[in-house]
Write a protein that binds this ligand. Structure first.
Ligand SMILES: [Zn+2]
Length: 104
């Protein structure tokens, strides 16, 4: 579960879900009201986690999985991702950008 980088309070699962589902990249800590951003490292981890949802689609051409089974699998995998992602959340007080160029 994420720790606030500002006041070091741990956000619980419910708070994390509530804060992240606003889709605002600027998250407000429920304890100190400070602005928090998800770290780049944590974004990458959660990115990998969400690909799990797409996994049946990737495997389908190889294993000939029935469509009805795939459809029933999506909500289950989506729930698993939602349950797990707060554990991978890491917070920073500073917004991080991916630096594509090495220019200084
Ligand atoms: Zn805080």
């Amino acid at each position: 579960m994420p720790n606030c980088d500002n006041c070091h309070n741990k956000w619980n699962w419910k708070q994390t879900i509530k804060i992240t589902t606003t889709l605002n990249p600027v998250m407000t800590c429920p304890y100190c009201g400070g602005k928090q951003y998800q770290t780049q490292k944590s974004k990458t981890k959660i990115g990998f986690l969400t690909t799990i949802v797409l996994l049946p689609l990737l495997l389908q051409p190889f294993f000939d999985i029935p469509g009805a089974f795939l459809l029933s699998l999506f909500p289950i995998l989506a729930v698993i991702v939602i349950l797990l992602y707060p554990f991978l959340m890491e917070l920073s007080s500073k917004e991080e950008y991916i630096n594509f160029s090495n220019d200084k």
